[in-house]
Design a protein around this ligand. Structure first.
Ligand SMILES: NC(=O)C1=CN([C@@H]2O[C@H](COP(=O)(O)OP(=O)(O)OC[C@H]3O[C@@H](n4cnc5c(N)ncnc54)[C@H](O)[C@@H]3O)[C@@H](O)[C@H]2O)C=CC1
Ligand SMILES: O=C(CO)COP(=O)(O)O
Length: 341
């Protein structure tokens, strides 16, 4: 039987993910906030604002009517930015079919709640825990839409539900792995954005590959410490949603977070950089929330803390580099064993 999938959000990743699901033969309805975006997709012209010059699966149907998108959906995919999650969930609650599975593509924390997207979705829609799933990995939207070989992780506590979600997005060019560690996968997706901001700053200041590699690896240590403290599994952070996404995001010219960091590293003001973009850089708003959760759990995250100070307290990225390099010498596994405990 054909699975009906509602993808709520027609930005770059929602559109690309919807097209991937259509590639598996699922019946996909993509909800776009603006009717003209839906009309353009339905006319076979793709989504030029977010994915210029990319042909989408022609079976993908778009609509600006949330009721039309959600009606009869077996699986509902959330692809709005984290700052719009809470209000969107409330607006759509009454339209969501009772047995639907929810899949979060959100790589951030639902703002004003300080909570991970999957928990917010589960509670807002009164779902059993197992029916709130996340999908996360090194998935730069444009490359996925181009059908370049890529992989992701579908994570949730109910293996059968994860397998159902895997079945609607696993294709010959998009490999989907399941993982029971939803917390770890969600921590990975959010923390890598903060680290990508730092990696971008290093690029903007003209530093080299050693600096990038150190930031990425010590960023992985911060991600792992936080993830372990919250009950995640160490192996998740060595996987696609951890190290994999760090590599893609910290090194790609397509990453919005790395881009914002690079511009900051060149000395440009944050608001000017954001005003030039038509897409979200999730790390800008979620880094302070991540730092707050880390403090609440006594987890040290010096890179994330300094990123927050550059973003929101006017710290100069050059001074961030000096401060991070000037920290006292440590063991490489500092804080890991405590976090596990
Ligand atoms: N673009 C990428 O390569 C990837 C993005 N993600 C994550 O997916 C999520 C969505 O990101 P993108 O699709 O990239 O975002 P985007 O910036 O490309 O598009 C956001 C979409 O949400 C809509 N939107 C914005 N504000 C809204 C509001 N207040 N209410 C309802 N809709 C609103 C926009 O109209 C647009 O359709 C983010 O959490 C991001 O971190 C995850 C993997 C890859
Ligand atoms: O999540 C992503 C790649 O996996 C996209 O990263 P950006 O949001 O920084 O563009």
């Amino acid at each position: 039987m054909t699975t009906t999938v509602a993808v709520m959000g027609a930005g770059s990743w929602g559109t690309a993910f919807g097209s991937i699901c259509a590639d598996t033969g699922a019946d996909v309805r993509l909800w776009a906030r603006r009717p003209e975006v839906a009309d353009t997709i339905n006319a076979g012209l793709g989504n030029p604002e977010y994915l210029p010059d990319i042909g989408l699966n022609e079976a993908l149907r778009a609509t600006a009517d949330p009721d039309e998108a959600l009606s009869g959906a077996d699986i509902v995919v959330l692809a709005v930015p984290s700052h719009a999650l809470v209000e969107s969930l409330a607006a759509w609650h009454a339209l969501v079919p009772r047995d639907a599975v929810a899949v979060s593509l959100v790589k951030g924390i639902a703002l004003d709640t300080g909570r991970w997207a999957s928990e917010v979705i589960r509670d807002a829609w009164d779902l059993p825990d197992g029916r709130a799933v996340v999908a996360s990995g090194p998935n730069l939207a444009r490359e996925c839409a181009q059908r370049f070989p890529s992989g992701t992780v579908v994570a949730g506590p109910d293996e059968a539900v994860c397998a159902r979600v895997q079945a609607i997005c696993h294709t010959p060019w998009f490999r989907v792995y399941t993982n029971p560690d939803r917390t770890g996968v969600e921590v990975g997706g959010a923390v890598k954005n903060a680290i990508a901001l730092a990696a971008g700053m290093a690029d903007g200041m003209g530093y080299g590959e050693n600096t990038k590699a150190m930031l990425l690896t010590r960023g992985l240590a911060e991600m792992t410490r936080l993830g372990l403290a919250l009950g995640g599994r160490a192996m998740t952070f060595a996987g696609l949603a951890g190290m994999g996404d760090l590599v893609a995001t910290c090194t790609s010219s397509q990453s919005r977070n790395r881009h914002v960091g690079e511009q900051l590293g060149r000395g440009r003001p944050l608001q000017v950089i954001i005003d030039e973009m038509n897409m979200v850089a999730e790390g800008v708003k979620s880094s302070p929330a991540i730092a707050g959760i880390a403090r609440d759990h006594d987890v040290e995250m010096p890179i994330v803390e300094h990123v927050v100070r550059v973003l929101h307290d006017g710290l100069d990225p050059q001074d961030m580099a000096v401060a991070l390099m000037g920290r006292s010498p440590k063991s490489e596994f500092h804080g890991m064993e405590e976090a596990r405990g």
